[in-house]
Design a protein around this ligand. Structure first.
Ligand code: GDD
Ligand code: MN
Length: 376
C-alpha cells in the first residue's frame, strides 16, 4: 500500500508530500544525521511521500551546518535555521508553517522518539480519520525506558494536573507528549489562537482546538543516546504557568484569592481603623473584592479586555454574584453575632461559602464558558 497524497509516486513530488516530519533541534550535531537517515529509511520503505524539516535555532555546535549538507544531497530534507530565536514551541510552530504536507509529525531529534512508530501514527490518521494522533507513553503497551521513579512521578503528576485543568488534555493519555501527528490545516486554521510557550506545544494545540478527533498509539520513550536534555527547572516552572494560562478555573481561583485579600483588607481598615460598624465594613469589603475580581476576570481569565458590552458584563457579574454576596454577609453576621467569631474571620469563612456559587453563576451567565470554553 502506498500513502502518497498526490499520487505522483515516491520520487519527484516533494511539492505535495503526505507527511512533513518536523524535527526541532538545539545542539544535536551528534545525532541529527542518523535521525534523518532512520526517518527517511522507514518512510521510504513504507512508500509514504514525505519531507523532513529540521528547525534549528542556530545551534552553536553547528547542527544546522550538518543539515544543510544533507539537504544538498536530498531534496526531501529542508533546513529552517532561525537566527535570534530560541524556544521549542515556537520552533515547532514555525516548522508547521513552513511544511507542505497534509499531515505534520513532530518528533525530537535525539531518537528518544523512535522513528519506527511513524508508520503507525500515519496509518492511524489515514485509516481512522483522526486529526491528531499522539504517540503515548501512558497508553497500554507504551512506557518509558530507564527513568527513575522520581522522574516518572513528576511526569505523571504533571499529566494529571493538565487533565484536571485543561479539558482538551483529557482526550489522550499523554497530553505532554512531544511526539505526535496533526493535520496541518487544522493548526493553521487556529494559528492566531495558539500561544506557544515552553515545551508543551501539544497541550496548547489540544486546549485551543478542542473539537479535534484525537487518537493515540502507544510507544516507549527511549533513553537519550547522545547530547543533553534541555529540560530543566525553568521548563517545569514554565509548564505550571502554561497550564494555569490554559485553565479558566485556575485563573478564576487566583483572581478570587486576590479579591479575598482586598475584601478582608478593606473590611479591616473600615472596621478597626475608621471605626465603622461591622455591617457597613463587611459590605464595602465585599463590593471592593467584587470590583477587583471583575477587572481581572475581564482582562485575564476570560480575556474579554473591556471589549464592547463591559458595562453590561459588570452588571451581570453583580447579578450573578448576588448569591455569593449575600452568603458572605450572612455568614459573617451570624458567626460574629451569635457565635462570638471575630468579624474578619467570619467574613473569610463567608467568602469561601460564596466562592463556588459565584463561579457557577458567572461561568454560566456572564462569560458563558463551560459549553465550548477551553478550560475545565
Ligand atoms: N529549535 C529548538 N529550539 N529545538 C529545541 C529547543 C529550542 O530552544 N530546545 C530543545 N529543542 C529540541 C531538542 O534538540 C530535541 O530535539 C527536542 O527539542 C526535545 O528536547 P529534549 O531536551 O531532548 O527534551 P526531553 O527529551 O527532555 O523531553 C522530550 O520528550 C518528552 C516526552 O515525549 C520533549 O519532547 C518533551 O516535550 C516531551 O514531553
Ligand atoms: Mn530528549
Amino acid at each position: 500500500m502506498r500513502y502518497n497524497a498526490g499520487g505522483a509516486g515516491l520520487t519527484g513530488s516533494e511539492e505535495n508530500p503526505l507527511v512533513s516530519v518536523v524535527i526541532p533541534t538545539f545542539n544535536e550535531a551528534e545525532v541529527i544525521e542518523r535521525t534523518i537517515a532512520e526517518v527517511s529509511a522507514i518512510l521510504k520503505r513504507e512508500g509514504i511521500e514525505y519531507e523532513i524539516i529540521v528547525v534549528d535555532d542556530n545551534s552553536p555546535d553547528g547542527t544546522w551546518r550538518i543539515v544543510e549538507e544533507v539537504s544538498k544531497r536530498d531534496p526531501r530534507v529542508r533546513l529552517y535555521r532561525r537566527i535570534g530565536a530560541r524556544g521549542l514551541s515556537t520552533a515547532i510552530l514555525d516548522g508547521i508553517k513552513f511544511a507542505k504536507g497534509k499531515y505534520v509529525v513532530v518528533m525530537d531529534a535525539d531518537l528518544q522518539h523512535p522513528p519506527r512508530y511513524l508508520p503507525q501514527l500515519i496509518r492511524k490518521a489515514l485509516n481512522e480519520g483522526y486529526e491528531i494522533v499522539v504517540a503515548s507513553r501512558y497508553a497500554r503497551g507504551g512506557g518509558v525506558a530507564g527513568w527513575s521513579r522520581l522522574r516518572l512521578m513528576i511526569s505523571k503528576g504533571a499529566t494529571l494536573l493538565a487533565k484536571l485543568l485543561v479539558k482538551g488534555a483529557r482526550k489522550t493519555s499523554d497530553p505532554m507528549s512531544g511526539f505526535f501527528l496533526v493535520r496541518r490545516d487544522l493548526v493553521l486554521s487556529r494559528i492566531e489562537q495558539l500561544r506557544p510557550r515552553g515545551y508543551k506545544v501539544l497541550l496548547e494545540i489540544l486546549a485551543r482546538i478542542d473539537n479535534a478527533r484525537v487518537g493515540e498509539v502507544p510507544y516507549v520513550f527511549e533513553p537519550r543516546r547522545a547530547g543533553k536534555s534541555k529540560l530543566g527547572f525553568k521548563v517545569m516552572l514554565d509548564y505550571i504557568i502554561h497550564v494555569i494560562e490554559l485553565s479558566q478555573l485556575a485563573k478564576f481561583a487566583i483572581v478570587g484569592a486576590g479579591g479575598t485579600v482586598v475584601n478582608l483588607a478593606i473590611m479591616y481598615l473600615l472596621l478597626y481603623i475608621a471605626g465603622l460598624g461591622k455591617a457597613v465594613s463587611s459590605i464595602a469589603g465585599i463590593e471592593s473584592g467584587l470590583l477587583w475580581n471583575f477587572v481581572f476576570n475581564e482582562v485575564w481569565t476570560f480575556e474579554a479586555g473591556f471589549r464592547k458590552g463591559w458595562l453590561a458584563r459588570l452588571a451581570a457579574y453583580h447579578a450573578s454574584s448576588a448569591g455569593g454576596f449575600l452568603a458572605t454577609f450572612l455568614t459573617m453576621y451570624m458567626l460574629s453575632t451569635y457565635m462570638g467569631v471575630n468579624p474578619i474571620l467570619g467574613q473569610f469563612i463567608g467568602i469561601l461559602v460564596g466562592f463556588i456559587v459565584n463561579y457557577v453563576a458567572s461561568s454560566r451567565g456572564v462569560w458563558r464558558i463551560g459549553g465550548e470554553g477551553q478550560g475545565g
